[in-house]
Each structure stands twice: as structure tokens, then as C-alpha cells.
Write a protein that binds this ligand. Structure first.
Ligand code: C5P
Length: 218
């Protein structure tokens, strides 16, 4: 039994990696299975929310009751997020968005040449920071996967992006796995959750989120 703590709420999430094209058959991407974002989307539906999941390329089935919008690059992801935002109470950025994309996308398959090939990259928009900066921003939750110094980096990101809540984890604890160990960060401090399957961790995240939403009088 899952309490319907998000009944009547609309939640928009991002999940998975983004894929930034180089040419029609190549691209750069981040490593992300999408499991955490998909489990969190499922947990939000179970808590009674209307859920839009903007997803980069992953091979996961769409959880029951979730409306999935499939995208590739960070700019497509940003556009789909902003299209889904009207009426949203909560935005959760779980996606591993590529920070950079190739400056130019070749129309045709690039041919092999001798020597060094240099790829010019340009910065992608920060979807979460952009949503959090909106005057009528929904309640924004970020994720931070770090390989060291979790507390300092995670809390630093939460403050820099102006987020009321952030979920941090060490990449060695959760990447690609079915289990995860996370720490929740908010204005009151750090709240570690026990190691558990991502489905269970998701219910812990939703419970904390619902408590903060209610405390904020939203
Ligand atoms: O700074 P970093 O990329 O580690 O921040 C992670 C958080 O920001 C995640 O919630 C991620 O989904 C979000 N993000 C984003 N757009 C980016 C980069 C990160 O929405 N371009």
C-alpha cells in the first residue's frame, strides 16, 4: 500500500542519458540506465500524481500510468520539459544530461581520415537550473551522482541551482544497478536513506518530497 500523498499533483521528470549527434550514425552520450528515473516516475503514479516522463534513449518499458515523451539531445529534452510544465507542481531532474554537444552535426556519415580528429563541443542548457529559475517555478528536485565528496558536491549543486531538495548518490553505489544508496539534501540538512532496491528508494524520495511540499504550503 502506497499512501496517495501526491494526489491531484502533476509531476514532470527527466530520466536516462541524452544523446548528442555527431553525424547520422555517431554521437556522444552519458552512461545512464534510466532505472532510477523510471522507478521514481512509477512511485509518483502510485502516490496519485499525474506524471510526464521526458526520457532520453533507454531500453525500459513505460511504467503503467506514466506518459512518456522520448527525446534524444539536451535541447530536445529541454523543449519537451517546457512543453509539459504548464500546471506542473513538481519537476524532478533525474536525467544524466550531457553538458556538451558537438558544435556542428554532419549531415552525412563522416569519412575516416588519417591523423587526429578534433571535435568542437558547445555547452548544453542546464534544464533543471532553467526550470528552477522560472518566476512561477514548480517545486524542483535535483539529482547528483558523484564519484567522491558526495556531501560537499551535492549540497553545492543544490544551492547553486536554487533547489529545495536534491538526491545525491555515489556512482559506485547505484550506476546501472537495481539497488541504490542515496542521501537527501534540503534546507534542514542531510537525510540518508538505507540501501534498498530503486523502487523502494523511490518511495522514500516521494515521501520526503510530499512532506516538503506540504511544509512549503504548496
Ligand atoms: O551539475 P550536474 O549536471 O551534476 O547536476 C545534476 C542535476 O542537474 C540533475 O538533476 C540533472 O538532471 C540536472 N541537469 C539538467 N541539465 C543539464 C545538466 C544537469 O537538468 N544540462
Amino acid at each position: 500500500f502506497v499512501p496517495k500523498r501526491l494526489a491531484g499533483r502533476k509531476v514532470v521528470l527527466t530520466a536516462g542519458p541524452t544523446f548528442e549527434a555527431i553525424d547520422p550514425v555517431r554521437g556522444i552520450t552519458n552512461i545512464s540506465s534510466g532505472k532510477m528515473g523510471y522507478e521514481l516516475a512509477r512511485a509518483c503514479v502510485q502516490a496519485g500524481a499525474e506524471v510526464v516522463l521526458v526520457s532520453g534513449p533507454v531500453s525500459l518499458p513505460v511504467p503503467a500510468g506514466v506518459h512518456r515523451v522520448s527525446v534524444a539531445g539536451a535541447r530536445d529534452m529541454r523543449e519537451a520539459v517546457f512543453a509539459a510544465l504548464p500546471g506542473a507542481d513538481v519537476f524532478i531532474g533525474v536525467a544524466a544530461v550531457a553538458d556538451y554537444r558537438p558544435l556542428e552535426v554532419a549531415e552525412h556519415k563522416m569519412k575516416k581520415k588519417d591523423g587526429i580528429l578534433t571535435l568542437a563541443l558547445t555547452q548544453n542548457p542546464d534544464i533543471l537550473a532553467d526550470v528552477a529559475a522560472l518566476p512561477d517555478a514548480p517545486f524542483c528536485v535535483g539529482f547528483a551522482a558523484e564519484s567522491q565528496d558526495l556531501d560537499a558536491y551535492a549540497e553545492g549543486k543544490r544551492r547553486k541551482k536554487g533547489l529545495p531538495m536534491l538526491v545525491g548518490n555515489l556512482v559506485q553505489d547505484g550506476m546501472g544497478a537495481d539497488d541504490n544508496v542515496v542521501v537527501l539534501y534540503d534546507d534542514a540538512g542531510r537525510h540518508p536513506l538505507p540501501r534498498a532496491p530503486k523502487a523502494e528508494v523511490s518511495h522514500g524520495i516521494v515521501a520526503h518530497l510530499a512532506t516538503l511540499l506540504a511544509a512549503a504550503g504548496r
